[in-house]
Design a protein around this ligand. Structure first.
Ligand code: ADP
Ligand code: MG
Length: 323
């Protein structure tokens, strides 16, 4: 007989409370914020067919569901503490559940955070996580702090870049082809993003504004520009790219890196005098950073090619309701 709702929770998701005053099993979890700290709270939902393909391995799905949430805490410079998990499942598939829980708890353990509650229901596969993190008052990285003269930076995996997840998706869609080993490398970027939590923490007091790249660089940068009331110049030739993406035709390179989405890198601004501190923060976090442009007072985004001429087109960010 299939596991019931409460047995399922007990078997796959219930763990003894660590830092929580009260964890899974009551009507609410009870958390004690450290003295003087603010809670940073964010939710992200993953819907099958929209945010992931049915071909994804459950371990990777568990990883990604938590990673995209941790990426939001990273973009705020918050220290992750705990999370909740709301799950809609079409059926009780224990192989799937075991894999999902494995991917989820492996990443949770890497960040020293615990699952404190959630909800479980039958329905189309849907995974919604809410993360809770701590940040000292006044130190959160926000979207509204970019100022004219600031440099614009993007993080990347050492030896990697942005746009790989989108290129993997293009291969899945049959719009591009890659040799097997290259496809596996990009597929890992798409299915197992690494949230830049350590970088976000190291950028407190260094960056002036930050956002994580989930919907494509152009669209996400647009949010920072709008909230900050500034404009920007981006040098497309400075965008960090993996060797695999750099071997693609130029139009695809630009589409993937500027409008790709699912990168989960940090896009941030910092005063020019903080450039050494930015590089030190990245080195401390074990990631790469690239300066890709500047903030100015002219509203809007100006994309330049390698010769400094305006790019003839502007890719748009991803919008679930416009797509
Ligand atoms: P309630 O009906 O009071 O909202 P439930 O009966 O749905 O609570 O859940 C029982 C307990 O199990 C609660 O503590 C809830 O937070 C927890 N829980 C339910 N689903 C999950 C899940 N997917 N992951 C973690 N905890 C869960
Ligand atoms: Mg209740």
């Amino acid at each position: 007989m299939a596991l019931g709702e409460f047995d399922l929770i007990a078997k796959y998701f219930s763990r003894p409370a660590q830092q929580a005053v009260l964890g899974i099993g009551d009507d609410c979890a009870l958390l004690q914020p450290r003295a003087g700290m603010l809670w940073a709270v964010s939710s992200d939902m993953l819907v099958e067919g929209r945010h992931f393909l049915s071909t994804v391995r459950p371990e990777r799905l568990g990883h990604k569901a938590l990673a995209v949430n941790l990426s939001d805490l990273a973009a705020c410079g918050a220290q992750p503490v705990a999370f909740t998990l709301a799950l809609a499942l079409p059926k009780v598939d224990e192989v799937f559940l075991a894999g999902l829980a494995q991917g989820l708890f492996d990443l949770a353990q890497q960040h020293g955070i615990e699952l404190v509650g959630g909800d479980t229901t039958a329905g189309p596969l849907n995974i919604c996580i809410t993360v809770f993190g701590e940040v000292p008052p006044g130190q959160a990285l926000r979207r509204d702090g970019a100022r004219p003269g600031d440099q614009l930076w993007v993080s990347h995996a050492l030896g990697g870049g942005i746009g790989d997840a989108r290129l993997a998706l293009e291969v899945f869609r049959g719009h591009a082809a890659l040799p097997g080993d290259q496809f596996e490398q990009l597929r890992a970027a798409m299915e197992q993003p690494q949230p830049r939590v350590a970088l976000g923490l190291a950028l407190r007091g260094v960056a002036s504004a930050a956002i994580d790249l989930s919907d494509g660089l152009v669209g996400d940068l647009g949010h920072v520009l709008q909230r900050s009331g500034v404009g920007a110049v981006v040098h497309s030739a400075a965008l960090p790219m993996s060797a695999v993406l750099a071997a693609q035709p130029l139009a695809r390179q630009l589409e993937c890196s500027l409008a790709g989405g699912d990168d989960y890198e940090l896009l941030f601004t910092a005063p020019a005098g903080h450039a050494d501190a930015v590089r030190a923060a990245a080195a401390q976090a074990g990631v790469g950073v690239c300066c890709i442009g500047q903030i100015d007072a002219t509203p809007g985004l100006r994309l330049l090619d390698a010769q400094g001429a305006a790019l003839p087109w502007t890719p748009r960010g991803f919008d679930h309701f416009a797509a």
